[in-house]
Design a protein around this ligand. Structure first.
Ligand SMILES: *Cc1c(COP(=O)(O)O)cnc(C)c1O
Length: 342
């Protein structure tokens, strides 16, 4: 029985082509700037993301924290949504590494209202105040929803008016572009810098990209070294990253269609509550009936060879990716159907 892993798109295994590319990669010492494969990935990524330069970093978390550290001075204030990844899932790194103060805004399903951002920007030089160092936005949001371009532009316009830079946590920005039916650069134009993950739905084994103006990336390169992220023969990791951008982006619509299929199948089961309007990318969130014994559900999934994260407060998430097809989804839905029927 094959194991199906729908906990996240971070679980994706590198494709056969990626493993071959790793084997074949021409490498050098990237701290000396000598690795041609890393340079190729960085040039390619900068072009696709519509930025002057790009930097290969070990993870998305690293890329975001490096962005905060490079944009800000200690004691600066960063304005961002209260449910964003930097606040929730980065181990409080902003306080440790950049030494910044996070000033949160109540997010409406991941959308930041521009007037709420504007209210929090520090104007003037009152000696009590921290400096506003950065605004962070996230698209696609880790709640699975995509932020519309007009909402991104509204925050960007406010930031421009006040000369505050914007960083986009674009871990799944390629999924966002698929949902919006636009180019990735149509999204990233509303930010100075962007981080995107190669190792989620794009299936590279390791790595993310931080992109932005050339002068910013030069400073980030030095800060990456300071943080211990200067990698040597990293071409073996950059090679699958190149395939992530050249071959895996174009198949993301399949993951989105499969997520929609999964959502529709689950919605058809008695007691499962799925908001189909919230299925934008490769994630399906749904509510289980209160009467359902989640221990029993998780045991049944495990027995059927399905790895899933358990529900939190009755809310559960399943994620599709290149290793999950239609028949796999039928197998998953059958387990839910049998547990609900029991
Ligand atoms: C996954 C994710 C990250 C972090 O990426 P890692 O490579 O897991 O460190 C950052 N932001 C968002 C929105 C994410 O979904």
């Amino acid at each position: 029985m094959s194991v199906l892993d729908v906990r996240s798109d971070t679980v994706t295994q590198p494709t056969l082509a990626m493993r071959q590319a790793m084997f074949d990669a021409v490498v050098g010492d990237d701290v000396y700037g000598d690795d041609p494969t890393v340079r190729e990935l960085e040039t390619l990524a900068a072009g696709i993301l519509g930025k002057e330069a790009a930097l290969f970093v070990p993870s998305g978390n690293f890329g975001n924290q490096l962005a905060l550290y490079t944009h800000c001075q200690r004691g600066d204030e960063v304005i961002l949504g209260d449910d964003c990844h930097i606040v929730w899932h980065e181990t409080g790194g902003a306080a440790v590494i950049a030494g910044v103060q996070l000033r949160t805004i109540a997010s409406a399903d991941g959308v930041l209202r521009a007037d709420e951002v504007k209210k929090r920007i520090r104007v003037g030089d009152d000696i009590h105040w921290p400096r506003t160092g950065l605004i962070c936005v996230e698209n696609a949001h880790s709640n699975g929803r995509v932020i519309p371009l007009d909402a991104m532009q509204a925050v960007w316009d406010v930031a421009q008016q006040h000369g505050v830079p914007v960083h986009l946590d674009g871990a799944r920005v390629f999924n966002a572009a698929v949902h919006l039916g636009c180019e990735v650069r149509d999204i990233t134009r509303y930010s100075d810098t962007v981080m995107c993950c190669l190792s989620k739905g794009l299936a590279a084994p390791v790595g993310s990209i931080l992109a932005g103006p050339a002068a910013f990336i030069a400073r980030a390169r030095k800060n990456r070294k300071l943080l211990g992220g200067g990698l040597r023969q990293a071409g073996v990791l950059a090679a699958p990253g190149i395939l992530a951008l050249t071959e895996m982006v174009e198949r993301l619509p399949q993951d989105h269609a499969n997520a929609r299929y999964l959502a529709e199948q689950l919605a058809a089961l008695p007691g499962i509550d799925v908001n189909l309007d919230d299925v934008h990318i490769n994630m399906v969130w749904f509510r289980l009936p209160d009467s359902l014994d989640s221990g029993q559900l998780m045991a049944a999934l495990a027995a059927a060879g399905i790895k899933a994260n358990g529900p939190e407060h009755g809310l559960m998430r399943l994620v599709t990716h290149w290793q999950i097809g239609r028949t796999d989804i039928d197998r998953i839905v059958a387990v839910f159907a049998s547990v609900l029927a029991a």
